[in-house]
Write a protein that binds this ligand. Sequence first.
Ligand SMILES: Cc1ncc(COP(=O)(O)O)c(C=O)c1O
Length: 373
Amino acid sequence: MKIEFYKHNLGKDEKNKVMECLDGIFLTTGSYVSEFENKLASYLNLQYAVGLTSCTAALHLSLLALGIGEGDEVITTPMTFIATATAIIHTGANPVFIDVERDTALMDPDKIESAITERTRAIIPVHLYGQMCDMKKIKKIAEKYNLKIIEDAAHCIEGEREGIKPGQLGDVACFSFYATKNITSGEGGAIATNNKEIADKVRMLRQHGMSKEAADRYSGIYKHWDMIECGWKYNMDNIQAAMLLPQLKKIDISWRKRKKLYNEYVKRIKTISGIEYPKIVSKSKSAYHLFTIWVDKDRRDYILHKLGKSGIGSAVNYRAIHLLTYFKNHFGFKRGDFPIAEKIGDMTISLPFWIGLKNDEIKNITETIKTYL
Ligand SMILES: Cc1ncc(COP(=O)(O)O)c(C=O)c1O
Protein backbone atom coordinates (compact mmCIF):
# COMPACT_ATOMS: atom_id res chain seq x y z
CA MET A 1 0.00 0.00 0.00
CA LYS A 2 1.21 3.47 -0.85
CA ILE A 3 -0.80 6.57 0.02
CA GLU A 4 0.89 9.79 -1.03
CA PHE A 5 0.78 12.82 1.25
CA TYR A 6 -0.39 14.89 -1.69
CA LYS A 7 -1.26 14.35 -5.34
CA HIS A 8 -2.25 17.24 -7.58
CA ASN A 9 -5.52 17.21 -9.42
CA LEU A 10 -4.40 18.84 -12.67
CA GLY A 11 -5.91 17.23 -15.75
CA LYS A 12 -7.30 17.86 -19.20
CA ASP A 13 -8.54 21.41 -18.56
CA GLU A 14 -5.20 22.60 -17.22
CA LYS A 15 -3.18 20.81 -19.92
CA ASN A 16 -5.35 22.31 -22.68
CA LYS A 17 -5.02 25.81 -21.26
CA VAL A 18 -1.24 25.49 -20.92
CA MET A 19 -1.00 24.18 -24.51
CA GLU A 20 -3.11 27.13 -25.69
CA CYS A 21 -0.67 29.45 -23.91
CA LEU A 22 2.36 27.67 -25.45
CA ASP A 23 0.80 28.06 -28.89
CA GLY A 24 0.73 31.83 -28.37
CA ILE A 25 3.64 34.23 -28.47
CA PHE A 26 3.65 35.50 -24.89
CA LEU A 27 5.03 33.25 -22.15
CA THR A 28 5.85 35.84 -19.50
CA THR A 29 3.40 38.11 -17.64
CA GLY A 30 0.58 38.94 -20.08
CA SER A 31 -3.09 38.42 -20.81
CA TYR A 32 -3.40 35.07 -18.96
CA VAL A 33 -2.01 36.70 -15.83
CA SER A 34 -4.38 39.68 -16.15
CA GLU A 35 -7.33 37.36 -16.61
CA PHE A 36 -6.32 35.32 -13.58
CA GLU A 37 -5.84 38.48 -11.50
CA ASN A 38 -9.30 39.78 -12.45
CA LYS A 39 -10.97 36.46 -11.70
CA LEU A 40 -9.13 35.97 -8.40
CA ALA A 41 -10.07 39.48 -7.25
CA SER A 42 -13.66 38.90 -8.20
CA TYR A 43 -13.75 35.49 -6.42
CA LEU A 44 -12.52 37.22 -3.27
CA ASN A 45 -14.87 40.20 -3.67
CA LEU A 46 -11.86 42.50 -3.80
CA GLN A 47 -10.91 45.09 -6.39
CA TYR A 48 -7.33 44.17 -7.23
CA ALA A 49 -5.09 41.12 -7.42
CA VAL A 50 -1.48 40.92 -8.58
CA GLY A 51 0.09 37.62 -9.69
CA LEU A 52 3.50 36.76 -8.26
CA THR A 53 5.95 33.87 -8.10
CA SER A 54 5.11 32.84 -4.52
CA CYS A 55 3.31 33.76 -1.34
CA THR A 56 6.72 34.56 0.14
CA ALA A 57 7.09 37.23 -2.57
CA ALA A 58 3.53 38.39 -1.84
CA LEU A 59 4.28 38.85 1.86
CA HIS A 60 7.60 40.55 1.13
CA LEU A 61 6.20 43.04 -1.39
CA SER A 62 3.08 43.72 0.70
CA LEU A 63 5.26 44.70 3.65
CA LEU A 64 7.40 46.93 1.41
CA ALA A 65 4.35 48.49 -0.24
CA LEU A 66 3.08 49.40 3.23
CA GLY A 67 6.37 51.09 4.04
CA ILE A 68 7.62 48.53 6.55
CA GLY A 69 11.39 48.33 6.85
CA GLU A 70 14.53 48.65 8.95
CA GLY A 71 13.95 48.49 12.70
CA ASP A 72 10.15 48.11 12.49
CA GLU A 73 8.34 45.32 14.32
CA VAL A 74 5.68 43.08 12.84
CA ILE A 75 3.54 40.87 15.07
CA THR A 76 2.84 37.35 13.86
CA THR A 77 2.54 33.75 15.04
CA PRO A 78 5.22 31.08 15.50
CA MET A 79 2.70 28.43 14.35
CA THR A 80 3.26 28.97 10.63
CA PHE A 81 5.63 28.23 7.79
CA ILE A 82 8.96 30.06 8.09
CA ALA A 83 8.15 32.29 5.08
CA THR A 84 5.76 34.41 7.16
CA ALA A 85 8.70 35.46 9.34
CA THR A 86 11.46 35.50 6.71
CA ALA A 87 9.46 37.94 4.59
CA ILE A 88 9.46 40.31 7.57
CA ILE A 89 13.21 39.84 8.06
CA HIS A 90 13.90 40.52 4.35
CA THR A 91 12.46 44.04 4.75
CA GLY A 92 14.84 44.78 7.65
CA ALA A 93 12.00 44.57 10.19
CA ASN A 94 11.85 42.12 13.12
CA PRO A 95 9.22 39.43 13.64
CA VAL A 96 7.53 39.58 17.05
CA PHE A 97 5.72 36.36 17.86
CA ILE A 98 2.65 35.94 20.02
CA ASP A 99 1.19 32.65 21.16
CA VAL A 100 -1.77 30.86 19.59
CA GLU A 101 -5.18 29.61 20.69
CA ARG A 102 -5.07 26.07 22.09
CA ASP A 103 -8.10 24.80 20.21
CA THR A 104 -7.47 26.27 16.73
CA ALA A 105 -3.69 26.95 16.62
CA LEU A 106 -4.53 30.39 15.20
CA MET A 107 -2.95 33.65 16.40
CA ASP A 108 -4.57 34.59 19.71
CA PRO A 109 -5.86 38.16 19.24
CA ASP A 110 -6.00 38.66 23.02
CA LYS A 111 -2.19 38.49 23.07
CA ILE A 112 -1.60 41.22 20.47
CA GLU A 113 -1.87 44.33 22.64
CA SER A 114 0.78 43.27 25.12
CA ALA A 115 3.25 42.71 22.24
CA ILE A 116 2.81 46.22 20.79
CA THR A 117 5.72 48.65 21.21
CA GLU A 118 6.44 52.05 19.69
CA ARG A 119 8.17 50.23 16.80
CA THR A 120 5.20 48.00 15.91
CA ARG A 121 3.91 48.75 12.41
CA ALA A 122 1.89 45.74 11.32
CA ILE A 123 0.26 42.42 12.15
CA ILE A 124 0.41 39.29 9.99
CA PRO A 125 -2.40 36.91 10.97
CA VAL A 126 -1.98 33.46 9.42
CA HIS A 127 -5.18 31.70 8.36
CA LEU A 128 -3.76 28.32 9.29
CA TYR A 129 -5.00 25.04 7.75
CA GLY A 130 -7.64 27.06 5.86
CA GLN A 131 -9.39 28.64 8.84
CA MET A 132 -9.43 32.42 9.19
CA CYS A 133 -8.20 34.16 12.32
CA ASP A 134 -10.61 36.37 14.23
CA MET A 135 -10.24 39.28 11.81
CA LYS A 136 -12.87 41.46 13.50
CA LYS A 137 -10.94 41.47 16.77
CA ILE A 138 -7.60 41.92 14.99
CA LYS A 139 -8.96 44.82 12.92
CA LYS A 140 -10.19 46.62 16.05
CA ILE A 141 -6.74 46.43 17.64
CA ALA A 142 -5.03 47.49 14.38
CA GLU A 143 -7.28 50.56 14.18
CA LYS A 144 -6.67 51.48 17.82
CA TYR A 145 -2.87 51.41 17.37
CA ASN A 146 -2.75 52.47 13.70
CA LEU A 147 -1.20 49.20 12.51
CA LYS A 148 -1.35 47.66 9.04
CA ILE A 149 -2.70 44.14 8.51
CA ILE A 150 -1.16 41.75 5.98
CA GLU A 151 -3.08 38.48 5.94
CA ASP A 152 -1.11 35.31 5.27
CA ALA A 153 -3.83 33.47 3.38
CA ALA A 154 -1.51 30.88 1.83
CA HIS A 155 -3.92 28.18 3.07
CA CYS A 156 -7.13 30.09 2.70
CA ILE A 157 -8.46 31.15 -0.68
CA GLU A 158 -11.94 29.77 -0.02
CA GLY A 159 -12.18 30.58 3.68
CA GLU A 160 -14.64 32.93 5.41
CA ARG A 161 -15.35 33.94 8.98
CA GLU A 162 -18.47 35.82 10.04
CA GLY A 163 -19.11 36.57 6.38
CA ILE A 164 -15.65 38.06 5.86
CA LYS A 165 -13.12 36.75 3.35
CA PRO A 166 -9.33 37.21 3.30
CA GLY A 167 -8.32 40.74 2.34
CA GLN A 168 -11.64 42.35 3.26
CA LEU A 169 -10.59 43.64 6.69
CA GLY A 170 -6.82 43.50 6.21
CA ASP A 171 -4.94 45.97 4.04
CA VAL A 172 -3.86 43.12 1.80
CA ALA A 173 -4.03 39.31 1.68
CA CYS A 174 -1.31 37.01 0.35
CA PHE A 175 -1.95 33.68 -1.39
CA SER A 176 0.19 30.69 -2.36
CA PHE A 177 -0.13 28.43 -5.40
CA TYR A 178 2.73 26.19 -4.26
CA ALA A 179 2.66 22.53 -5.35
CA THR A 180 0.43 21.29 -2.50
CA LYS A 181 -1.95 24.24 -2.23
CA ASN A 182 -5.69 24.21 -2.95
CA ILE A 183 -5.01 25.59 -6.43
CA THR A 184 -1.49 25.25 -7.77
CA SER A 185 0.91 26.19 -10.52
CA GLY A 186 3.80 24.29 -8.90
CA GLU A 187 5.11 27.61 -7.61
CA GLY A 188 3.10 30.83 -7.58
CA GLY A 189 1.43 33.44 -5.44
CA ALA A 190 -0.65 36.61 -5.46
CA ILE A 191 -1.76 39.55 -3.40
CA ALA A 192 -5.34 40.77 -3.31
CA THR A 193 -6.53 44.09 -1.90
CA ASN A 194 -9.04 46.91 -2.16
CA ASN A 195 -6.19 49.42 -1.99
CA LYS A 196 -5.11 50.63 -5.44
CA GLU A 197 -1.89 52.14 -4.14
CA ILE A 198 -0.76 48.78 -2.69
CA ALA A 199 -1.71 46.92 -5.89
CA ASP A 200 0.14 49.43 -8.10
CA LYS A 201 3.22 49.37 -5.91
CA VAL A 202 3.36 45.57 -5.76
CA ARG A 203 2.86 45.45 -9.55
CA MET A 204 5.84 47.74 -10.04
CA LEU A 205 8.07 46.04 -7.45
CA ARG A 206 7.38 42.56 -8.88
CA GLN A 207 9.16 43.61 -12.08
CA HIS A 208 12.41 45.29 -10.95
CA GLY A 209 10.61 48.58 -10.20
CA MET A 210 10.23 49.16 -13.94
CA SER A 211 7.67 51.65 -15.26
CA LYS A 212 6.44 49.17 -17.91
CA GLU A 213 6.12 45.37 -17.94
CA ALA A 214 6.88 43.34 -21.07
CA ALA A 215 3.19 43.24 -22.07
CA ASP A 216 2.98 47.06 -21.83
CA ARG A 217 6.07 47.36 -24.02
CA TYR A 218 4.80 44.89 -26.64
CA SER A 219 2.92 46.90 -29.23
CA GLY A 220 4.99 46.60 -32.36
CA ILE A 221 6.73 49.93 -31.79
CA TYR A 222 9.51 50.08 -29.20
CA LYS A 223 8.64 52.01 -26.03
CA HIS A 224 11.22 53.27 -23.58
CA TRP A 225 10.84 52.33 -19.93
CA ASP A 226 12.23 53.77 -16.74
CA MET A 227 13.25 52.26 -13.40
CA ILE A 228 11.32 53.99 -10.62
CA GLU A 229 12.45 51.94 -7.62
CA CYS A 230 14.82 49.10 -6.89
CA GLY A 231 12.46 46.12 -7.12
CA TRP A 232 12.52 42.33 -7.40
CA LYS A 233 11.79 39.69 -10.05
CA TYR A 234 8.60 38.22 -8.65
CA ASN A 235 6.18 38.35 -11.61
CA MET A 236 3.80 35.45 -12.29
CA ASP A 237 4.09 34.24 -15.90
CA ASN A 238 1.40 33.30 -18.43
CA ILE A 239 2.11 29.56 -18.13
CA GLN A 240 1.48 29.63 -14.38
CA ALA A 241 -1.70 31.64 -14.90
CA ALA A 242 -2.86 29.25 -17.65
CA MET A 243 -2.56 26.39 -15.17
CA LEU A 244 -4.45 28.31 -12.50
CA LEU A 245 -7.38 29.62 -14.56
CA PRO A 246 -9.26 26.30 -14.93
CA GLN A 247 -8.65 25.49 -11.24
CA LEU A 248 -10.08 28.83 -10.17
CA LYS A 249 -13.18 28.11 -12.24
CA LYS A 250 -13.67 24.77 -10.41
CA ILE A 251 -12.57 26.02 -7.00
CA ASP A 252 -15.92 25.56 -5.25
CA ILE A 253 -16.39 22.04 -6.64
CA SER A 254 -12.91 21.11 -5.38
CA TRP A 255 -13.69 22.69 -2.02
CA ARG A 256 -16.82 20.53 -1.63
CA LYS A 257 -14.77 17.42 -2.38
CA ARG A 258 -12.20 18.31 0.28
CA LYS A 259 -14.97 19.07 2.77
CA LYS A 260 -16.30 15.54 2.27
CA LEU A 261 -12.84 14.09 2.90
CA TYR A 262 -12.48 16.26 6.00
CA ASN A 263 -15.81 14.94 7.34
CA GLU A 264 -14.78 11.36 6.61
CA TYR A 265 -11.54 11.85 8.56
CA VAL A 266 -13.37 13.47 11.48
CA LYS A 267 -15.92 10.64 11.63
CA ARG A 268 -13.08 8.11 12.03
CA ILE A 269 -10.73 10.18 14.18
CA LYS A 270 -13.52 10.82 16.70
CA THR A 271 -13.63 7.12 17.53
CA ILE A 272 -9.92 6.95 18.46
CA SER A 273 -8.94 8.03 21.95
CA GLY A 274 -5.75 10.05 22.27
CA ILE A 275 -6.22 12.10 19.10
CA GLU A 276 -7.27 15.73 18.93
CA TYR A 277 -7.61 17.96 15.89
CA PRO A 278 -7.96 21.73 15.39
CA LYS A 279 -11.45 23.00 16.01
CA ILE A 280 -13.31 24.84 13.28
CA VAL A 281 -15.05 27.76 14.99
CA SER A 282 -18.73 28.53 14.44
CA LYS A 283 -19.76 30.99 11.71
CA SER A 284 -16.65 30.14 9.74
CA LYS A 285 -15.99 28.35 6.47
CA SER A 286 -12.66 26.57 6.39
CA ALA A 287 -10.81 26.32 3.09
CA TYR A 288 -9.92 22.76 4.22
CA HIS A 289 -6.31 23.02 3.19
CA LEU A 290 -4.64 20.48 5.51
CA PHE A 291 -5.91 17.68 7.71
CA THR A 292 -3.88 17.88 10.86
CA ILE A 293 -4.14 15.82 14.02
CA TRP A 294 -2.57 16.23 17.45
CA VAL A 295 -1.22 13.21 19.31
CA ASP A 296 0.75 12.79 22.52
CA LYS A 297 4.14 14.47 22.03
CA ASP A 298 6.08 11.41 23.21
CA ARG A 299 4.46 9.31 20.50
CA ARG A 300 4.35 11.85 17.64
CA ASP A 301 7.66 10.95 16.00
CA TYR A 302 6.99 7.24 16.52
CA ILE A 303 3.65 7.58 14.68
CA LEU A 304 5.33 9.59 11.88
CA HIS A 305 7.87 6.78 11.54
CA LYS A 306 5.23 4.05 11.53
CA LEU A 307 3.11 5.92 8.96
CA GLY A 308 6.15 6.17 6.69
CA LYS A 309 6.95 2.48 7.18
CA SER A 310 3.33 1.65 6.28
CA GLY A 311 3.59 3.59 3.00
CA ILE A 312 1.50 6.53 4.21
CA GLY A 313 2.79 10.02 3.49
CA SER A 314 2.74 12.54 6.33
CA ALA A 315 4.19 15.91 7.28
CA VAL A 316 4.36 18.30 10.21
CA ASN A 317 2.65 21.63 9.67
CA TYR A 318 4.29 23.00 11.73
CA ARG A 319 6.82 22.82 14.53
CA ALA A 320 6.78 26.21 16.32
CA ILE A 321 9.23 28.19 14.20
CA HIS A 322 10.83 30.25 16.99
CA LEU A 323 12.56 27.02 18.06
CA LEU A 324 14.31 26.54 14.71
CA THR A 325 18.06 27.17 14.87
CA TYR A 326 18.09 30.43 12.91
CA PHE A 327 15.42 32.07 15.06
CA LYS A 328 17.03 30.87 18.30
CA ASN A 329 20.45 32.14 17.20
CA HIS A 330 19.34 35.48 15.78
CA PHE A 331 16.56 36.48 18.13
CA GLY A 332 17.37 34.53 21.29
CA PHE A 333 14.09 32.63 21.37
CA LYS A 334 13.96 29.60 23.62
CA ARG A 335 11.60 26.83 24.67
CA GLY A 336 9.00 28.22 27.00
CA ASP A 337 8.55 31.53 25.10
CA PHE A 338 5.30 30.47 23.37
CA PRO A 339 4.15 27.37 25.26
CA ILE A 340 0.91 26.72 23.39
CA ALA A 341 2.53 26.89 19.94
CA GLU A 342 5.34 24.66 21.24
CA LYS A 343 2.88 22.12 22.62
CA ILE A 344 0.91 22.02 19.37
CA GLY A 345 4.12 21.89 17.31
CA ASP A 346 5.25 18.84 19.29
CA MET A 347 1.95 17.03 18.74
CA THR A 348 1.21 17.79 15.10
CA ILE A 349 0.90 15.31 12.24
CA SER A 350 -0.57 16.30 8.85
CA LEU A 351 -2.21 13.39 7.05
CA PRO A 352 -2.74 12.81 3.32
CA PHE A 353 -5.41 15.24 2.12
CA TRP A 354 -6.14 15.72 -1.57
CA ILE A 355 -8.94 15.31 -4.04
CA GLY A 356 -8.88 11.73 -5.22
CA LEU A 357 -8.13 10.28 -1.78
CA LYS A 358 -10.57 7.38 -1.26
CA ASN A 359 -12.68 6.73 1.83
CA ASP A 360 -11.07 3.31 2.25
CA GLU A 361 -7.65 4.97 2.16
CA ILE A 362 -8.78 7.29 4.97
CA LYS A 363 -9.98 4.21 6.85
CA ASN A 364 -6.58 2.61 6.31
CA ILE A 365 -4.71 5.70 7.50
CA THR A 366 -6.80 6.15 10.64
CA GLU A 367 -6.64 2.44 11.50
CA THR A 368 -2.86 2.46 11.11
CA ILE A 369 -2.68 5.39 13.54
CA LYS A 370 -5.03 3.63 15.96
CA THR A 371 -2.86 0.50 15.89
CA TYR A 372 0.35 2.36 16.69
CA LEU A 373 -1.16 4.77 19.21
C1 LIG B 1 1.33 29.72 6.01
C2 LIG B 1 2.24 29.87 4.83
N1 LIG B 1 2.70 31.10 4.54
C3 LIG B 1 3.52 31.31 3.49
C4 LIG B 1 3.93 30.27 2.69
C5 LIG B 1 4.85 30.54 1.55
O1 LIG B 1 4.25 30.21 0.33
P1 LIG B 1 5.12 30.04 -0.99
O2 LIG B 1 5.71 28.67 -0.97
O3 LIG B 1 4.12 30.22 -2.10
O4 LIG B 1 6.14 31.10 -0.98
C6 LIG B 1 3.47 28.98 2.95
C7 LIG B 1 3.90 27.85 2.09
O5 LIG B 1 3.78 26.72 2.36
C8 LIG B 1 2.61 28.77 4.05
O6 LIG B 1 2.17 27.54 4.34
